[in-house]
Design a protein around this ligand. Structure first.
Ligand code: NAD
Length: 455
C-alpha cells in the first residue's frame, strides 16, 4: 500500500511539473516511474503506440535547431549543421512499430506464433557525441517495442539530453499516452548509471559509448546490448574514382568534426594513386600538414606526456586545431591530412577530431590487411573506394565490420545519403548490428494445439 502511494505521488508530482517531464532527483524514482509507465503502455493498442511514436517524431522535428544548438554549446564539440542532419535522420529514419513482425508456423498440430514482446524497463547509457540523436533513436525503438526507458546521459551533455527527454515525454502525454515512459535524473553521474545497471527493475541494458561502458554493461549479469568504439579505415585502390573518393572521404571524416563512431579515422591508399588522392583532398578543403616540426607539435597537442588523448580537442574544428600549433588558416578548412606510417598513434587511436592520417601501401592486398589490423577487431565500420568487384568482396569478407560502405562517405552507412534506416546505436560487440525496435524485444512462442491450422 505504502509503495503504491509513493509511486502515485511520483506520477502526480511529475505530471504537475511542466518543466520536468520524466526528470527526477533520484535514480530510484526515475526507475519506479518508468516501471509504472511501462505497465500502462502495454494496455494501449498498437495503433495508439504508433500514434505516440508519431507524436514523438513531430515534437522532435520542431526542436531540431534547438537540440543541435544546445549540443554544440554544452559539449563544445561538433558542428551545428551536421547535428541538424543527424537529428533529422534519427527522427525520420528510425523504424517504429512496423519493425515488429511476428512469425508463425501452422500444421497438423495447430498454430504456433512467435511474437516480439517488450523487456519492460530498459536502462540506456548515451554518449556525449550524439546527446539527442541517441535519445531520440533509442526512445523511438524502445517504446515502439513496448518498453519504457531510463536514460543515463553523459554528464557532459546532461542538459541537452534532458531537453530531448522532456520534449519527447510531453509529446507522448499530449498524444494521450502515459507520463514517464522516458526518464532520467537531473544530475547524471557514472555512479548513478551504475545504480541503474544494478537495479532489479531494469531488465535490459543498452550502452552506446566507449570500451569502458560496454565492458561494464556486459559484466552486469543482465541482457545487454553493447554499441562500442570504432576506428574505421578507408581503403582506396588504383581502380577507384580518385576525385570522388577524395571528396567522399573528406566529407565523411569532417562530418560533425569526426565525432561519429562511423567516421573515417584513417586512409590506406595504394601508392600509385596516393599523390593524386592527396591533391584532390586539398581541393576539398583539407589542409596537408607536411612540415616535420608542425607534425611533432600536433602529436604533442593531441596526446599528453602519458600518451592519453587530449579530450579538449575532441570534436573541435580543424582550423581551431591548426591555430593551436601556430598555423593560421582559412575557417573553410574542414580536415587536417598528414602522411604517417601505419604504427602512428593517429592511425591506431580513435581520435574523434578532424585529423586524418594517410598511410601508403604497395597494393590492395596490403591495404586490406592493414585495414583489418587497424580496425582492431571492433567489427564496427569500414569503407573502401574501388571499382574492382573482387577487391570490394575481399575486403567485406576479411574485415567483418557491422557497416561496410563502398564508394561513398561513411555516413551513408547510417542512412545519410545511403539507402536504409538510421540508428545511433550500432551494436558490433553484441551482434545486434544497427539496432531497431526488434532489438529491444524478447521472442516468445505461443502455441495453440490442434487448432487454427486452415491449410
Ligand atoms: P564514453 O564512453 O566516455 O561515455 C559514454 C557513456 O557511458 C556516457 O553516458 C558515460 O557517462 C558512460 N560511462 C562511461 N564509462 C562508464 C562506466 N565505467 N560506467 C558507467 N557508465 C560509464 O563515450 P563518449 O565520449 O561519450 O562517446 C564516444 C565513444 O562512444 C566513442 O568511442 C565512440 O566510438 C562510441 N560510440 C559508439 C556508437 C555506436 O553506436 N557503436 C555510437 C556513438 C558513440
Amino acid at each position: 500500500m505504502i509503495v503504491k502511494k509513493i509511486l502515485t505521488e511520483i506520477t502526480l508530482k511529475n505530471e504537475a511539473t511542466d518543466s520536468a517531464y520524466g526528470i527526477f532527483d533520484h535514480m530510484e524514482e526515475a526507475i519506479e516511474a518508468a516501471w509504472i509507465a511501462q505497465k500502462e503502455l502495454v494496455k494501449y493498442s498498437l495503433e495508439c503506440r504508433g500514434k505516440f511514436i508519431a507524436a514523438m517524431r513531430a515534437a522532435a522535428r520542431k526542436n531540431i535547431e534547438l537540440f543541435s544548438k544546445m549540443a554544440v554549446e554544452e559539449t563544445g564539440m561538433g558542428r551545428y549543421e551536421h547535428k541538424v542532419m543527424k537529428n533529422t535522420v534519427a527522427i525520420e529514419k528510425t523504424p517504429g512499430i512496423e519493425d515488429l513482425k511476428p512469425d508463425a508456423v501452422s500444421g497438423d498440430h495447430g498454430l504456433t506464433v512467435f511474437e516480439l514482446s517488450p523487456y519492460g524497463v530498459i536502462g540506456a547509457i548515451t554518449p556525449t557525441t550524439n546527446p539527442t540523436e541517441t535519445v531520440i533513436c533509442n526512445a523511438i525503438g524502445m517504446i515502439a517495442a513496448g518498453n519504457a526507458v531510463v536514460f543515463a546521459p553523459h554528464p557532459r551533455a546532461k542538459n541537452t539530453s534532458r531537453k530531448a527527454i522532456e520534449i519527447l515525454n510531453q509529446a507522448i502525454i499530449e498524444a494521450g499516452g502515459p507520463a514517464n515512459l522516458i526518464t532520467a535524473i537531473k544530475e547524471p553521474t557514472i555512479e548513478s548509471a551504475n545504480i541503474m545497471m544494478q537495479h532489479k527493475k531494469i531488465k535490459m541494458l543498452v550502452a552506446t559509448g566507449g570500451p569502458d561502458v560496454v565492458r561494464t554493461v556486459l559484466s552486469s549479469g543482465k541482457k545487454a546490448i553493447g554499441a562500442g568504439a570504432g576506428n574505421p579505415p578507408a581503403v582506396v585502390d588504383e581502380t577507384a574514382d580518385i576525385e570522388k573518393a577524395a571528396k567522399d572521404i573528406i566529407d565523411g571524416c569532417s562530418f560533425d568534426n569526426n565525432l561519429p563512431c562511423v567516421a573515417e579515422k584513417e586512409v590506406i591508399v595504394v601508392d600509385s594513386v596516393a599523390d593524386y588522392l592527396i591533391f584532390n583532398m586539398q581541393k576539398h578543403n583539407a589542409y596537408l600538414l607536411s612540415d616535420e616540426n608542425l607534425i611533432k607539435k600536433l602529436e604533442k597537442l593531441v596526446f599528453n606526456d602519458k600518451g592519453h588523448l587530449n579530450r579538449d580537442l575532441v570534436g573541435k574544428d580543424a582550423d581551431y586545431i591548426l591555430r593551436k600549433i601556430g598555423v593560421d588558416c582559412d575557417p573553410s578548412i574542414r580536415a587536417i591530412i598528414v602522411e604517417t606510417d601505419k604504427n602512428h598513434d593517429f592511425v591506431q587511436e580513435e581520435l574523434m577530431m578532424p585529423i586524418l592520417p594517410i598511410v601508403r601501401v604497395k597494393d590492395v592486398n596490403e591495404a586490406i590487411e592493414l585495414a583489418v589490423e587497424v580496425e582492431h577487431g571492433y567489427r564496427h565500420t569500414a569503407i573502401i573506394h574501388s571499382k574492382n568487384i573482387d577487391n570490394l568482396s575481399k575486403m567485406a569478407k576479411e574485415i567483418q565490420t557491422t557497416i561496410f560502405v563502398k564508394n561513398g562517405p561513411s555516413y551513408a552507412g547510417i542512412g545519410v545519403g545511403g539507402e536504409g534506416y538510421s540508428t545511433f546505436t550500432i551494436a558490433g560487440p553484441t551482434g545486434e548490428g544497427l539496432t531497431t525496435a526488434k532489438s529491444f524485444t524478447r521472442s516468445r512462442r505461443c502455441v495453440l494445439v490442434d487448432g487454427f491450422s486452415i491449410r
